[in-house]
Design a binder for this molecule. Sequence first.
Ligand SMILES: [Zn+2]
Ligand SMILES: [Zn+2]
Length: 261
Amino acid sequence: MKSKQDFNMHTHTKRCGHAYGDDEQYVLAAIDAGFKQLGFSEHIGYTWFDIPTDRMLYRDTNDYLTSIYHLKEKYRDKIDIKVGFEIEYYDSEVDFLKDMRERCDYMIVGQHCKYVDGFGFDYLCRDEDVRDYTDLVCKAMRSGLVSCLAHPDYFMLGRRSFSKACEEAAHQIAQCAVECDVLLEVNLKGRKSGKKPYAQGDAYPYPYRPFWEIIAQYSVQCVYGYDAHVPVDLLDERAIDECNKLIEGLNLTFADEFKIK
Ligand SMILES: [Zn+2]
Ligand SMILES: [Zn+2]
């Protein structure tokens, strides 16, 4: 476990409709925080379906790429900026995602919805949905498109108990991450949604300790992700320490750098 990480590769912009601040403010905050590397990973917009408050509109993609590539040049002496996307994996969108991968530096997968046009895993995630979630994130990892799985325990937002299906999901996700050499993210934003009343006791949805107890049985490489939706999130110096308390004593390995695939 670490108390500091000098990079953050999970950063949003106001284009997704639920993040705030100018792109440059995120860069300035990252420099103030002493980061060596900052990766922007805006929620990718799909060509045929908009969810304006959840993802960037597809038509804003060029503006996003242009802006971040400009900042990358402007601040190249101060910080290493990477331009990426947080994708949701759907078989129907693979060709599109491959094209988009060519236009950016890296991708992470954060699977929030079962379908491109909705069914949020945070609204309700029954055991069968946990299995679908696991299939989707494992397909994403096997696709070779993504370097990291963001908040792998995201499904706990839409549940109030950690079932056998959740245990199996954790094992499958860990095995797949090892096999595909994909980083698993310990997400620092889960604390912000407050504790939820789980059958096993009140807890933050992620990082959800029983999930990470299983992950710790495998030789997975982990990273912390701020999942910044406002620039000042990057200046939260206590985030990692507070998060570490939730996974204290677990044998998790944190990567020294973010390996891009
Ligand atoms: Zn978001
Ligand atoms: Zn995110």
